[in-house]
Design a protein around this ligand. Structure first.
Ligand code: CTP
Length: 404
């Protein structure tokens, strides 16, 4: 992706992930961007100004009260000269300062003085990330239009496991490119569900279905490519996380539902997941043993929450556009139209899952788009192409009311 001619102001705050800022600079520059780096005092404990200076080939700002820095480029000018301000890694501390509007060093002063969009890539311990203070700060920043990439889920330097890992540098670059490209969905938030859900029977067994997640993942990638700040809530799949997309990994329908609600507000929601309609009423805490002569266990099922119907329900949190999928084996269009009405969503993407070389798990899909205006049939297409077309259609809905 080209970042030619773009100017990035990169603020590196403290944290073990700060070393990844060097790789980020390398990738941004490889994409053609000019990078001006600013180190916080915390950041300077983890990477040196010299490394950043060598990689950016530009002076590195660190001190608000430096006479030389101010005479070369004043901090107000520095904050305005960039096309985009990137905070990576963004520590809990700098996010709190940004939310509060503090300006007690060069980095936070630039963040308060800038008139450009800001992208923050949080990185911190999982408990710090999940603390109500961090959650509130993030909500404040998002509401002000700060774009967020990551954090990722996984093992952390502190030995714990969970959310808090800095997004990988290629994902941060993809988010930078999406924001700078000012695609038709820039400034919009998208929520996508994808993959199957696993409903536990006991600690080792579960109910599932054949969904691969390919279509949902492709839709998340396509929306992000058009500039939407995209959250993908994915059930268990064997696919890599799409770059530039915030991915929440879940197992059960209930966890998927909770992750979707947590990801709101969104301008558009696309429910492509094959959510299990039922779960076992009471999953066994211990592995169910087969006793000689005993009858096989009977599984009592209870309904799962219907995420699409919940997101479609009228109310202040309802995304402006809600898109569902209908996987049918019978009278496709009639069933899909009924589903659209029943669930209350705006559009339904209907696909026949009974066709040979079926859509479930395959790389191609034959779909029909049902809107309030009626149904249109698309030719058989690669799932990536279905995703691109759908993203374009979604962008057209928002195209007339461009956000500033
Ligand atoms: N869906 C959902 N939550 C559920 C079930 C389904 O969000 N608990 C969403 C799917 O992501 C999809 C749409 O609803 O967008 C249709 O799912 P589908 O399984 O085809 O329909 P069902 O609701 O199961 O209806 P039916 O069993 O009649 O086909």
């Amino acid at each position: 992706m080209s970042l030619a001619g773009k100017r990035i102001l990169l603020i590196v705050s403290g944290g073990i992930a700060a070393y990844k800022a060097l790789e980020l600079v390398r990738l941004l520059r490889a994409g053609g961007a000019a990078v001006h780096a600013v180190l916080t005092a915390g950041g300077a404990r983890f990477v040196t100004a010299l490394s950043l200076q060598a990689l950016t080939e530009a002076p590195v700002g660190a001190d608000l009260f430096s006479l030389t820095e101010e005479s070369e480029m004043g901090h107000i000018q520095l904050s305005r000269a960039a096309d985009l301000v990137v905070v990576a890694p963004a520590s809990a501390d700098i996010l709190a300062k940004m939310a509060a509007g503090l300006a007690d060093d060069l980095a936070t002063t630039l963040l308060l003085a800038t008139d450009k969009r800001v992208l923050a890539a949080p990185a911190m311990n999982v408990r710090m990330w999940e603390h109500p203070a961090s959650i509130a700060n993030l909500a404040t920043l998002r509401a002000r239009g700060v774009a967020i990439v990551g954090p990722d889920q996984g093992p952390m330097a502190c030995g714990e496991w969970g959310f808090g890992r800095l997004a990988e540098p290629p994902a941060i670059v993809a988010a930078v490119a999406a924001l700078l490209a000012a695609g038709p969905l820039a400034g919009r938030r998208a929520l996508v569900t994808s993959g199957p859900t696993h409903e536990p029977i006991d600690p080792v067994r579960y109910l599932a279905n054949r969904s691969s997640g390919r279509q949902g993942h492709a839709i998340a990638a396509a929306l992000a490519a058009l500039g939407a700040e995209t959250t993908l809530v994915s059930g268990p799949v064997a696919l890599p996380d799409p770059p530039g997309v915030a991915v929440r990994h879940v197992e059960t329908a209930r966890a998927m539902r909770d992750a979707c609600i947590a990801a709101l507000p969104a301008d558009v929601a696309v429910c492509a997941a094959a959510v299990a309609d039922w779960r076992v009423a009471e999953a066994a805490g211990e592995k169910i043993k087969k006793r000689p002569g005993a009858a096989p266990p009977a599984l009592a099922l209870v309904p799962n929450p219907d995420i699409l119907a919940e997101l479609s329900a009228p109310g202040p949190a309802r995304p402006r556009l809600v898109v569902g999928f209908a996987a049918e084996t019978g009278d496709l269009l009639a069933e899909a139209a009924a589903k659209r009405a029943r669930k209350g969503c705006d559009w339904i993407v209907a696909n026949d899952v009974s066709t040979a070389g079926g859509a479930m798990g395959g790389a191609e899909n034959t779909v029909h788009l049902l809107t309030a205006e009626g149904a249109e049939s698309w030719p058989r297409l690669a799932k990536d192409e279905v995703a691109r077309r759908l993203a374009q259609r979604i962008a057209a809905v928002f195209g007339s009311e461009r956000k500033t």
